[in-house]
Ligand binder design. Structure first.
Ligand code: GLU
Length: 420
């Protein structure tokens, strides 16, 4: 599959094959389940502030359309490729199916560094991307949401561009919008809150007192910052390590996360925050803590450091933070390391996106308390199913979570049959 040629796509396929072997999926079904239904690559010419025209590459992958429209985030990152987008779309499929959402997975994005674009340039890239995608997306075909490098403002530009072309307001085309234009209360915090809810379920099961626990959170974007803040404020956990793309910080006495957040709001990054020691970002992952929350990029837990992790709970806020080779090592450490796999751990975002889509379609509103309650109920159900399956079949939490997702998609494909 040369158009998807990419290490992250290979990793998503390798993970799928592990599940396919465990579920004894017929060879005839494997490619049908694994390979994306359709993928689009677009070239985006954009006027830059200096008068030049720059072209950017954009992608959108719709992994399967068996259960409903596809759903997934939009990533703005310098090295984004078709293969990585396809891997992320595949993970969205298993994530949505595990949470029982009526979606296939999708992912898209633009290969660009949003931190190097002016606001006008970012708006132009965002609008041009949505404009090029209009033939392929729609509230009943494919609904975009936020991901790394995008935010509420980008979603607002997407929604506006799509709506202008349709001639009326279509707020259900995009989720993660500002509340002022049909966004859902609590969507921005949803992923981080979900991560913390599941960490609390894990500390419960392990009989750990959160107030006596320490945590290290990698990544200080929409997921990491909310997770760190909520772990500190709501559970009383001591946050000893935080990081972003510019710096990794460690303080065994605890970091004031609210202060760090204020710093990031002012400066845009953590770099000059001086209330902790600077440490090597990779070494931070293997420093002693009870809870490790990788909430940045993929493949940070690999065969080089999996044996060295000193945490008791690994809560995967990012997509694909752990490689299959690392999984083999973590599986052997099952009695000392409790893994909350990504498709369960970070599902809060897409679950609340689903609420936002439903609200948009029905022109309906829920309060933040109602949204968060419903979110926790879905996460609780998914968590319970994963733990039950893992115990009953003596398999890892990741295998259990993915197997539940893959099985649901397979069942739906069999029920619908093959056309013609
Ligand atoms: N980007 C988020 C994820 O990876 C959610 C995307 C959405 O809300 O559609 O799960």
């Amino acid at each position: 599959m040369s158009i998807y040629n990419d290490e992250v796509f290979q990793m998503a396929c390798d993970q799928f094959q592990v599940i396919a072997d465990y579920l004894q999926i017929d060879q005839n079904d494997r490619d049908r389940l694994m390979l994306p239904k359709r993928s689009m690559a677009v070239t985006l010419p954009v006027h830059m502030d200096d008068g030049s025209t720059q072209t950017f590459q954009g992608y959108r992958v719709q992994h399967h359309l068996t259960l409903g429209p596809t759903k997934g985030g939009t990533r703005f990152a310098p090295n984004l490729s078709m293969g990585e987008t396809a891997a992320l779309a595949m993970w969205m499929s298993w994530k949505c199916a595990l949470a029982n959402l009526p979606y296939g997975g999708a992912k898209g994005g633009v290969a660009c560094d949003p931190t190097k674009l002016s606001r006008t340039e970012l708006e132009s890239v965002s609008r041009r991307y949505m404009q090029e995608m209009i033939p392929f997306v729609g509230p009943h075909t494919d609904i975009m949401g936020p991901d790394m490098g995008t935010n509420e403002q980008v979603m607002a530009w997407f929604m506006d561009t799509y709506s202008v072309y349709q001639g009326y307001c279509v707020n259900e085309i995009v989720t993660g919008k500002p509340v002022s234009i049909g966004g859902t209360e609590g969507r921005r915090e949803a992923t981080g809150r979900g991560v913390v809810y599941l960490i609390e379920r894990a500390t419960d099961m392990l009989k750990l007192d959160p107030k006596k626990c320490t945590a290290i959170v990698q990544g200080f974007g929409n997921v990491g910052s909310v997770a760190a803040l909520s772990l500190a404020l709501n559970t009383g956990m001591k946050i000893v390590g935080i990081s972003d793309a510019t710096v990794a910080l460690y303080n065994p006495n605890g970091i004031d996360v609210a202060k760090a957040e204020q710093h990031v709001i002012k400066k845009g990054h953590l770099r000059a925050f001086d209330e902790a020691d600077r440490v090597d970002p990779n070494e931070m992952l293997t420093m002693p803590c009870d809870v490790l929350v990788p909430s940045a990029v993929d493949r940070v837990i690999n065969k080089g450091n999996a044996a060295k992790l000193k945490c008791r709970i690994l809560a995967e806020g990012a997509n694909g933070p752990t490689t299959p080779e690392a999984d083999l090592i973590l599986n052997e450490r099952w009695d000392e390391l409790f893994v909350i796999p990504d498709i369960l751990c970070n599902a809060g975002g897409v679950i609340v996106s689903y609420f936002e889509w439903v609200q948009g379609l029905q022109a309906f509103m829920w309060t933040e308390t109602e949204v968060t309650d419903k979110l926790f109920r879905i996460l609780e159900h998914s968590f319970a199913q994963v733990i039950k399956r893992a115990k009953a079949h003596k398999i890892s939490h990741r295998t259990a979570a993915m197997a539940i997702g893959v099985e649901r998609v397979m069942k739906a494909k069999h029920a619908r049959g093959l056309f013609p």
